[in-house]
Design a protein around this ligand. Structure first.
Ligand code: HEM
Length: 403
C-alpha cells in the first residue's frame, strides 16, 4: 500500500488559506461513519452548501438573542441550583450536563420531564455518540463498539427523537393551516430539518445522525471550553488579587473565554483530504490525495500574529481587527463553526454589557457560577484525565461560597 502523504500546517496564514480552499475536503471523521455519515461536517461541495443553507436559517442573531435572553437562563439555573445548594460540585460533569441541556434545546431534543435523572440518561447517550464520532482512536474491538453505538442510536431515536418528531410535525401542520404563527414553532435544528423548505433528500436515518451530531458538536466543545476558562480565571485571580472586580463584568469574562479557546482549542486539529494538487500561496505544495493536518494549538500561538506572549493567558491582549481573539479555533471557510456565536458570542472591542450584546453560552455559564461564589475546593485539587494524551481535566472539584 502506498504511504500516505501527510502535510502539517502550523502557522496562522497557512491555516487560513487551507481552511478557505475548496479543494480540501473533511478527513477528521474517518471510521466515525456510524454517527457521522452524511452529517453537515462530513459533506463536501454542493451537498454541503445546500444543507448548510437550510440549517443557517436557524443560526441567526435574533434566534441567538432569544436563546440567550429568554431560554438559556432558566436551563442554567435548573442545572446549577442542586449543586449550589449542595455547596460543592465537580466541574467536568457539571459542565457536560449544562452544555448538553443547552445543546439539546438548540438541536431539538426534548426533555419532557426536565429532571436530573433525564439529564443523566441523555448524558449517557451523548457519551456514546462522542465515542462513535471518534472511533478512529478506539483501541478495542471496533466492530463491537460500532454495534453498541448503533443500538444506542436506535434507543435514542425511540425514547427522545420520535416523540419530538411527532410533536413538531403536529405543530408544522397547525402552522400550515394558519392555526399558529411561525413564531410559535420551536426554533431548533430538528424543526428546520422537518420543514425542509429546500426539499433536500433527508432520510429518517440522516435526520437521526444529524441531531445526534448537533448534540455532541454543541455540548462537548462548550463544556471543555467552560472548565478550562474557569481554571484560567482561578489562576489569573491568584496572580492578580487586586483586580478581582473585573470578573464582575461579563465583557471581561467573555474575553477570558475567547483567550482560553485560542490557547486550548476544543477541537485541536482539523484534517482534510486534498481533492487535487494544490499550491498554497503561503506554502506548501500539496499533492492530490494528501492528508492535511491543521495543528490549531501551534497556529493559535503563532508569535508573528499573537505577539511574543502568545503562549500566555492574557485576556487583555490587543490584536489587529482582522485577527479574531479566539484565533482559528472555530475554523474558517465552508465548515466554519455554525455554533460559534452561540458558544462564544461576538466580542465587542468596546464595552458590551447590554441586552443586545451576544455573550455566548460559555460566558453566560461562567458568569453564573462565579456569581454563585464558585472557587476550587482547597482540599481536593483538580486532576487531568489519564485516559487520553490530550490535556482534558478528569475531575475539577469546586465549592460554592459567597464572600
Ligand atoms: C467552544 C465551542 C466550540 C468550538 C471550539 C467549536 C469548534 C468547531 C470547529 C473547529 C469547527 C470546524 C471543523 C472543521 O473545519 O473541520 C466546527 C464546526 C461545526 N460546529 Fe462547532 N465548535 C463549538 C461549539 C459549537 C456549538 C455550540 C455548535 C452547535 C450549535 C456547533 C456546531 C458545529 C457544526 C454543526 C459544525 C459543522 C459546520 C459545517 O461543516 O458547515 N459548534 N466547530
Amino acid at each position: 500500500m502506498a504511504q500516505e502523504n501527510k502535510i502539517i500546517i502550523d502557522t496562522y496564514e497557512r491555516a487560513r488559506e487551507a481552511y478557505l480552499s475548496r479543494d480540501l475536503s473533511q478527513a477528521l471523521y474517518a471510521d466515525g461513519e456510524v454517527i457521522m455519515a452524511d452529517v453537515l461536517i462530513t459533506l463536501h461541495g454542493e451537498d454541503h452548501r445546500m444543507r448548510r443553507r437550510l440549517e443557517n436559517r436557524l443560526y441567526r442573531r435574533d434566534v441567538f438573542l432569544h436563546y440567550e435572553n429568554d431560554l438559556f437562563p432558566g436551563i442554567i439555573r435548573e442545572t446549577l441550583d442542586p449543586h449550589v445548594a449542595a455547596g460543592k460540585a465537580e466541574l467536568v460533569s457539571l459542565s457536560h450536563q449544562l452544555m448538553m441541556n443547552l445543546a439539546a434545546l438548540t438541536a431539538g431534543v426534548d426533555r419532557p420531564k426536565g429532571t436530573p435523572e433525564e439529564t443523566f440518561w441523555l448524558y449517557d447517550y451523548l457519551m456514546i455518540f462522542i465515542e462513535g464520532a471518534t472511533l478512529v482512536h478506539y483501541k478495542g474491538d471496533k466492530q463491537a463498539k460500532e454495534a453498541e453505538i448503533r443500538q444506542a442510536l436506535a434507543a435514542f431515536e425511540e425514547e427522545f427523537l420520535a416523540p419530538g418528531i411527532t410533536r413538531r410535525l403536529g405543530l408544522i401542520e397547525e402552522f400550515k393551516d394558519g392555526r399558529i404563527s411561525e413564531a410559535e414553532l420551536p426554533q431548533d435544528v430538528l424543526t428546520v430539518l422537518l420543514r425542509n423548505e429546500d426539499r433536500l433528500n433527508l432520510t429518517p436515518q440522516v435526520i437521526l445522525r444529524e441531531i445526534a451530531f448537533y448534540l455532541l458538536a454543541g455540548a462537548h466543545t462548550s463544556a471543555t471550553a467552560f472548565t478550562r476558562t474557569m481554571h484560567h480565571i482561578f489562576q489569573w485571580l491568584d496572580q492578580n488579587p487586586d483586580q478581582r472586580d473585573k470578573i464582575q463584568s461579563p465583557a471581561f469574562i467573555q474575553r477570558c473565554v475567547h483567550e482560553t479557546i485560542r490557547l486550548q482549542p476544543s477541537s485541536p486539529v482539523s484534517e482534510r483530504w486534498a481533492e487535487k494538487d494544490i499550491q498554497l500561496v503561503a506554502g506548501p505544495a500539496i499533492e492530490k490525495g494528501s492528508r492535511v493536518i491543521i495543528d490549531l494549538i501551534q497556529v493559535n500561538r503563532d508569535k508573528s500574529v499573537f505577539g511574543d506572549d502568545a503562549e500566555a493567558f492574557n485576556p487583555e491582549r490587543k490584536l489587529p481587527s482582522s485577527v479574531p481573539e479566539h484565533g482559528l479555533s472555530f475554523g474558517l471557510g465552508m465548515h466554519a463553526c455554525i455554533g460559534k456565536d452561540l458558544a462564544a458570542g461576538i466580542l465587542s472591542r468596546e464595552s458590551s454589557d447590554s441586552e443586545s450584546h451576544l455573550n455566548g453560552v460559555v460566558t453566560l455559564a461562567v458568569n453564573s457560577v462565579l456569581a454563585d461564589g464558585c472557587r476550587p475546593d482547597p482540599g481536593d485539587p483538580p486532576e487531568m484525565n489519564p485516559s487520553t494524551s490530550r490535556p482534558y481535566f478528569g475531575r475539577y472539584p469546586v465549592i460554592f461560597e459567597k464572600t
